[in-house]
Design a protein around this ligand. Structure first.
Ligand SMILES: *Cc1c(COP(=O)(O)O)cnc(C)c1O
Length: 369
């Protein structure tokens, strides 16, 4: 068996043709294509909120935090078990990320622990839709309301997912998506900020173009601003037409992508459920498009070694951020225990039935199941 990849981009002729068409137009930066991608995301989500595309999911989170105008001793609650991007986005905006525990069954932010970590400096909470699950987001909004906090959803892994019958991104305060190479849909690299807050909209639109006021509208018309003002720190965080063209084609395929990812996940769930040494996460898998498929087992390191020796790539999402030098804090016992147990199995669009059977049978072999 050839190496079975954990995750990968899957790109068709449509994306290649779309990129060539943009190259032929010789307008590569942020322009009409980005405008169309934003409108099409908006239509897909069926939302009145504004959708603003940026260079990465990390820059989406960074700009969302900056748009809140916080002070450098202000704090944002964030689960430790997330990609370092969530933490970097907060510290890039010179705000303090406060590492919070996650719940054992969902790996979603633990609001009991969040409550313990509240201080007078806490200004926002950043729940992470780990492995695409956002089932308990309503409780986060209740918690935020009680404690007067803003909410920035790290929905990098949750594009296209449904929660309480509504797509992630339609409700809520500020929602950030990622379109990096291996996310549910990709634009090569990319991300989006979704919100209806007028102040945040203006800040994000300007900040993605070096703070140049109202430059977005100009660029969408193929023009530039010559006489302009800048009031805030900005970045080169816009999305290019090339990337938007890839994203537009991917968005057209999202129903097929959803079907395929659900098939893979259901097949794992069905064929691993009788192995008592493995736990799956407590998700409503019918409603989500799984970016990653995570299991828990106390034999994680041995199983991982065994799978690797059989040419099966697997992952650990994630090393908790409070264990990293830059974000080091006191121990978070639950998160550290979970970190020893989690294992991510191959889940990508090119995974064949045969390959998935091989993964499952190798796991069964390991457990003598
Ligand atoms: C992918 C990801 C990000 C960052 O997105 P990029 O587009 O890679 O910058 C942030 N948070 C989580 C949870 C992610 O999975």
């Amino acid at each position: 068996m050839n190496k079975i990849r954990l995750s990968k981009s899957t790109i068709g002729q449509e994306e290649k043709d779309a990129v060539l068409a943009v190259l032929d137009k010789e307008f590569l930066g942020m322009g009409a294509e980005v405008n169309l991608f934003e409108q099409e995301i908006k239509a897909y989500l069926n939302t009145t909120k504004e959708v603003m595309c940026v260079s990465t999911g990390t820059s989406a989170l960074h700009l969302a935090v900056e748009a809140l105008n916080l002070n450098s001793d202000d704090e944002i609650l964030v689960p430790s078990l997330t990609y370092v991007a969530s933490f970097q986005a907060i510290s890039a905006a010179r705000v303090k990320p406060i590492a919070v525990e996650v719940c054992e069954d969902t790996l979603f932010i633990d609001l009991e622990d969040a409550k313990k970590k509240l201080t007078s400096k806490t200004k926002a909470i950043m729940p992470v839709h780990y492995a695409s699950n956002a089932k308990d987001i309503k409780k986060v909004y209740e918690f935020a309301k009680e404690n007067n906090l803003r909410v920035i959803e790290d929905a990098a892994q949750a594009f296209g997912c449904i929660n309480d019958g509504i797509k992630v991104g339609v409700q809520g305060d500020i929602i950030c998506f990622s379109f990096d190479g291996i996310k549910n849909i990709t634009s090569g690299e990319g991300g989006a900020v979704v919100t209806s807050d007028e102040n945040v909209i203006q800040r994000v639109k300007d900040a993605r173009l070096l703070g140049v006021e109202k430059d977005t509208e100009k660029r969408f018309e193929g023009q530039r601003s010559w006489d302009f003002d800048v009031k805030h720190q900005g970045y080169r965080y816009h999305m290019s037409n090339i990337f938007a063209a890839i994203g537009r084609e991917q968005l057209k395929k999202i129903n097929t992508i959803e079907k395929k990812r659900k098939e893979i996940v259901n097949y794992y769930l069905e064929n691993l459920k009788d192995i008592s040494q493995i736990k799956t996460l407590d998700f409503d898998y019918k409603s989500i498009i799984s970016h990653i498929f995570v299991i828990k087992t106390s034999k994680r390191d041995y199983l991982r070694e065994f799978l690797l020796s059989k040419n099966i790539e697997c992952g650990i999402h994630y090393k908790p951020n409070h264990l990293l030098t830059k974000y080091k804090t006191d121990s978070l016992a639950t998160t550290e225990k979970i970190y020893e147990e989690i294992l991510t199995l191959p889940c990508q669009l090119d995974l064949t039935k045969e390959e998935q059977d091989y993964v499952i049978n190798t796991i069964r072999e390991f457990f003598n199941a």
